[in-house]
Design a protein around this ligand. Structure first.
Ligand code: FES
Ligand code: FES
Length: 158
């Protein structure tokens, strides 16, 4: 059975079993390895992608449940060579150490800024509640999201 969906604006098809986790299809069938596997239990957020505008766990979503839907992964964040303002801000703030959590955090942050261009710090903390960072980079991560929000409001859009 062929399952069709959109990934990063591109129509793709897969013959994977409908019960296959979305993250397996992304990484192993579509060669999009930026989405990272951590717990597999919706506990760490390292696998976060955006599905129809909403941050969601790629480890627990079955590919059959996203048929016909639009998925954005970390590979879809930049516009060609132009980094997204979130990526720019994370680099400028050095908002990470090992970096394992960052693709998931960036996708949660993007989903937030897409629906709320002026989030309070409490809004950002709530949006990132499902994303763990074992390195404890949270203060810099929060600063980076705030910086990106400001840049996007001021029109510095990738
Ligand atoms: S791998 Fe999906 S939440 Fe941890
Ligand atoms: S930077 Fe290492 S887990 Fe977040």
């Amino acid at each position: 059975m062929t399952i069709a969906l959109s990934v990063n604006g591109r129509s793709v098809e897969t013959e994977a079993d409908p019960s296959t986790p979305l993250i397996d299809v992304l990484r192993n069938h579509l060669d999009l390895r930026g989405t990272r596997y951590g717990c597999g239990l919706e506990q760490c957020g390292s696998c976060m992608v955006i599905i129809d505008g909403k941050a969601d766990y790629a480890c627990s979503r079955e590919i059959g449940s996203v048929a016909g839907r639009s998925v954005t992964t970390i590979e879809g964040l930049a516009d060609g060579e132009a980094l997204h303002p979130l990526q720019v801000a994370f680099l400028e703030e050095q908002a990470g150490q090992c970096g394992y959590c960052l693709s998931g955090i960036l996708m949660s942050a993007k989903a937030l800024l897409d629906r709320n261009p002026s989030p309070s710090r409490a809004d950002i903390i709530a949006a990132l509640d499902g994303n763990l960072c074992r390195c404890g980079a949270h203060p810099r991560i929060l600063r980076a999201v705030e910086k990106a929000a400001t840049a996007m409001r001021e029109g510095v859009v990738a």
